[in-house]
Design a binder for this molecule. Structure first.
Ligand code: ATP
Length: 315
């Protein structure tokens, strides 16, 4: 109800009478007044004038959780959003609550104090970026869990390219998204499972949106830098969560093949000569393909070698 009232107030630049609102949505004028009071408590500045009604003066930027849920057009993702100004790591937070939450719940934070990359590396997470963790419970075998990294990087790259087709964002195998060769985002997929069954998968995605580039590694870029303007984090999140919802739904309905096809179309890695550092070994060869679980197929001296994402770094 609160959101219906907001919609009416947002549409009208002038005062709208309590009577009009009450007729529009079929509740009493007293109920309208009660909801207006609630909205004010949430930080909305709403003016009221006798005989004229209500007028929305300002929406609070901080009410992102409520506004996002209201703005989102999704089936699975973001039905519940937990928004924080600061956490140690959104993946940690998501893992703490994952067993009790429904699939699709999302943890979002404006800052991470201990953001992680793979193998314990640090993910710089200052204000200006956005850090999002998805709680997923697909009915697949644990071996297939790395597919969710493909799903997630595809959703992100399609979001960025939908925001601006000139960005030409690409996926660097296995878990990064690049613009002009620089890292705008990293993805960390974590799994809780027994031998046969997945309890949950948490996928964390850090994106440099309006981040001050001086606080990031030289290899990084931000959306603001690439677009030469400040980007609304709220609108970015709306688009990202909606793309994520549709790519994930496609994956659940149709399997990994079509996802892989689009992943390949957006790959920055395939067709290139690459050097991959493992814990004990280094591989150098042509990145030929990926398999259905996201392992990279390298061509080295005419032999195909598969490398798995867990233990390598691509240079
Ligand atoms: P590589 O590029 O070596 O393959 P990776 O994909 O294994 O790296 P991740 O674990 O995804 O690396 O991310 C950690 C690395 O990303 C850090 O070592 C650092 O170089 C870089 N990094 C950290 N924070 C950011 C950030 N906010 N934006 C871009 N790059 C970052």
């Amino acid at each position: 109800m609160k959101s219906k009232i907001l919609e009416i107030l947002e549409k009208n630049r002038n005062y709208v009478s309590g009577e009009e609102i009450s007729k529009d949505i079929g509740i009493s004028r007293a109920a309208v007044w009660k909801h207006i009071k609630k909205l004010r408590e949430l930080g909305y500045e709403i003016d009221s004038k006798t005989n004229e009604g209500y007028k929305l003066i300002k929406s609070p930027e901080k009410q992102i959780e409520f506004e996002l849920e209201r703005m989102l057009d999704t089936n699975i993702i973001g039905k519940k959003i937990l928004f924080f100004e600061e956490v140690d790591s959104t993946n940690n937070k998501a893992k703490q609550i994952a067993l009790d939450e429904k699939e699709g719940a999302v943890v979002i934070s404006e800052i991470q104090t201990s953001g992680r990359g793979r193998r314990g590396r640090e993910w710089q997470s200052p204000k200006g970026g956005i850090y999002v963790s998805f709680i997923l419970k697909p009915n697949i075998s644990p071996q297939r869990a790395p597919q969710l990294t493909l799903v997630s990087s595809l959703a992100l790259v399609e979001t960025l390219n939908a925001i601006d087709g000139n960005l030409n964002a690409k996926i660097k195998w296995p878990n990064d998204v690049l613009i002009k060769g620089k890292k705008i985002s990293g993805i960390l997929t974590e799994l809780s499972a027994d031998m046969e069954k997945i309890n949950y998968i948490v996928v964390g995605v850090g994106v440099n949106i309006n981040t001050d580039i001086n606080s990031l590694p030289e290899t990084a870029t931000s959306l603001k830098l690439e677009m030469r303007e400040e980007i609304s984090v709220k609108l970015f999140l709306k688009s990202f969560l909606e793309h994520y919802d549709s790519v994930y739904q496609e994956y659940l309905d149709g399997g990994i093949n079509q996802i892989i096809q689009r992943w390949k179309d957006n790959s920055d890695t395939l067709g290139k000569n690459v050097k991959i550092m493992g814990i004990n070994e280094t591989y150098e060869g042509l990145a030929k393909d990926i398999d259905e679980n996201g392992a990279l197929i390298l061509l080295i001296d005419n032999k195909e070698i598969k490398v798995y994402s867990g233990d390598v770094s691509l240079r």
